[in-house]
Design a protein around this ligand. Sequence first.
Ligand code: CA
Length: 467
Amino acid sequence: MSSQPNILFIMTDDHASHAMSCYGSRINETPNMDRIADEGMLFNNCFCTNAICTPSRATILTGTYNHINNVTTLSSKLDGRITTFPKLLQSDGYQTAIIGKWHLGHGGHSDPTGFDYWCVLPGQGLYHDPVMSDMGEEKEFKGYATDIITDKSLDWLKQRDTEKPFMLMCHHKAPHREWSPDERHMHMYEDIDIPEPETLWDDYSNRASAAREAKMRISRDLNAKDLKLPVPEGLTEEDETKWKYQRYIKDYLRCVASVDDNIGRMLDYLDAEGLAENTIVVYTSDQGFFLGDHGWYDKRFMYEESLRMPFLIRYPREIEAGSICDDMILNTDFASTFLDYAGVEIPDEFQGSSIRPLLMKQPPDDWRTAMYYRYWMHLAHHNVYAHYGLRTQRYKLIYYYADALDQPGAIDDPREPEWELFDLAYDPLEINNVYHDPDYADLIEELTAQLHQLQAEVGDVPFTKAG
Ligand code: CA
């Protein structure tokens, strides 16, 4: 048997960590996800570098920021000719597969590369009876996407060559909008009210106009397909929002419950086959999500709920069970980490760092204490302004440069640039922008310089107005 570890990478779409019991969720239980945390390490500060599906997926595969891998928006495609960690593992003798959500384009150079086997949903894919592209051949599968993706993942594991290590990316569609549950969980939470988040009634005062202008409000922007039932008549405005929140969050949590069950099936398989010891298991999601926080659903903003990714990792050989890490890790780090464990050289162009020292509880003295973020898809879908920013351990500085800059799918309708600064020590909910508070003037100067320094370090450039 190979000394290289197997890698099982399980990723969902839009699952925020505040809907996981191991992260202290007030609204649900996720016993199988918790198993990974209990037997491995939980990261409290794993951040994405662009909180939206396609770009985050490109970053995970390539280990680079989106201005480097050219997948800046949902309308971008990944060029399959660029270097990814699955390709490097494959050429080093790993058996590799991706099953489920791909969302990085189809056809030409955009089909998955670096995988011995791939079977992926086209675009967003369907929850029920999904069509999947099985090595380029379209097939319909009867059943519920989360079950099917797990079945196919297990089938692939069962037919593998047991003499060689494997790397499997099991990518669920759930719990992405429109949050369609399966039969088994359809009636979960029926007789209870899910607690509301503290900022459900956010009025967006004392913030840049970007928050007020965003169109992702529970109260106003959920459509009939999202709600699946007609809004009852005669409700007050407040009661209608409460009703919509319950409709939304219950379906979201039902989708999560199905993912959790299916993760249990994967973990049971590893146990039954004696693979748990030598397999790195990761559970993450491509970014976070607003679960009624700030009155919203969706993501995109650099605010905590969408910036933060859940990240659980189990590898009994090196990770002490039940450990927790507060150091800052990014989705740019995943590729380097897997290559490190496989003993494969990390290409110079990869921008992240292997988190292996953190997993062994030996954090390097110079581990990052700040990160750079950029959302490019100006105004598209939810009217969120393009922005970039800096997050340190205590502060968050955001610059809404609010310009499409010719990015694919972004809408060319610039807005006046604005800044936000949040002092997370006093304002963890990010409802009080202190950018214009004179007490913060010196700090703002310092943080702005740090933002531009970090931006230059990753090879990005500041926004300058065309003209
Ligand atoms: Ca997503």
